[in-house]
Write a protein that binds this ligand. Sequence first.
Ligand code: ADQ
Length: 530
Amino acid sequence: MDTVNSAEPVGSATYGDNDFVVVANRLPVDRDTTGDSPGWRTSPGGLVTAVAPVMKSKEGAWIGWTGVADTDFEPFTIDGMRLIPVTLSSDEVLRYYEGFSNATLWPLYHDVIVPPEYHRTWWDSYVQVNERFAAKVAEVAAEGATVWIHDYQLQLVPQLVRRMRPDLAIGFFNHIPFPPFELFAQLPWRDDILRGLLGADLIGFQRPADAANFRRAVRGRLNFTTKGSTVTVPSGQLLPAHLVRAEAFPISIDTPYLEELARDPKIIERAQQIREEVGNPKVVMLGVDRMDYTKGIRHRLKAFGELLAEGKLDVEDIVLIQIATPSRERLEQYKIIRHDVELAVGRINGEQAEVGSIAVHYLHHSYPRDEMTAFFLAADVMLVTALRDGMNLVAKEYVACRGRDDGALVLSEFTGAADQLKSAVMVNPHDVGNLKAGILEAVQMDEKSRARRMKQMRRKISTDTVSIWSKKFLAELDAIHTNPEAIIPDRPAALPERSATAPDRPAAKTDARAEHGAGNTSPRDASTAR
Ligand code: ADQ
């Protein structure tokens, strides 16, 4: 492997000195090799926005992969964030990331829209990479530090970290749905994943239904007791005995920042220009998604194509701009979805467009935030038709940009956002008839209804921002870790004291109630967590 050193190394004295550690598959940077000497470009996303203030105030560290395979990088600092790279080999990118994370877990957790693939070599790689991340956490976290682990790629890390460092407060947030038990039960390594997650003190999900699915799986597979959102982990489960909270923390967006962008005269002017560039139709509809089979882009195009073919919408009056960011392009299912979408766009334009009136403007690019905001401002109707989505930030971003309380949102009931943006036009994207009716309703909605509904949705996201989300999560994690009795009524009498002792310290004996779950656990699954 090559070794590349960055410009600002973190001194080894700072190891084990981080009071706040974020752990995610990717670091919030991309390697930039365009200049004379290679460097890093920040890739600001929701997660950075959410955790950056805490990172700065607590001088936190972020552990993750750089996106460059087979290369070791030294820790470095960028925008006041201390970044600690974890190395992945090309083989691990193939098996752990593209394989187990994105071709096993991703489809399984999204209602098996495409069939998940189960391969033991992928699982082995997933375990190995999770162990590497956990070892890094154990190395860099200060005593009693707070560790916040993110997403489905790292579900074993909480357990692995707890076994090495029982002194740490461990939070986990799952950005994607957690599937119903009947689907989750397909996974050959289901019990390992549950135990992996249960190493955390607090597990956050997007929707209450996700948290309920998780708790049901814990009861059904491991026989652990749950009461409300609390799970009692008994001793003898490859984990020290402890209590876990598993509940919903719906993620949001940086609302004030987007509202400000949407008021910027330059961006407003650019929005007007976009409308002109697409022919100044009466109605501009917009779709913004990663190119992913979960996002319902094909269903949306089918509905739109049929509405045009039936003459219910007229190509002279309406345009659909479909932005689809390139995503996971080496995976077969992603090649298929791209092909299908491009075929559908070609067919609609071939059959419905006239010279000078294109029906679908299809853009397979990524855009800077200013330009995305201009698209949101330019759109009269926003289409979010995901077949399953943990939250869907695009829906919230569109609402944040509609400061004039105009515009209509068509929103799939299978998104986490549907729990909050209740005044949207709700649709079932699997039902093309229902989707078409929803699109027509949004297009034809009178101004007064649009204003009323948008105002209600804007109110919701103005009090529900990503910084409030991270504060709530971390405050609850702190409360659970420092004083579980204060908030959890059913705490077993004899939970072990937390202390930073030797790695893999055997758990203390617990009371009969906590032992009960252990005794009833089915050990039938072939694999066990390492
Ligand atoms: P994603 O599946 O990536 O996120 P989403 O929540 O919509 O889905 O977030 C996408 C983000 O990328 C949005 O901020 C959007 O504006 C941006 N984006 C999309 N296309 C873009 C383009 N072409 N150019 C620039 N930016 C673009 C996962 C889960 C979601 C969950 C989030 C956060 O799948 O369900 O909401 O994490 O938890």
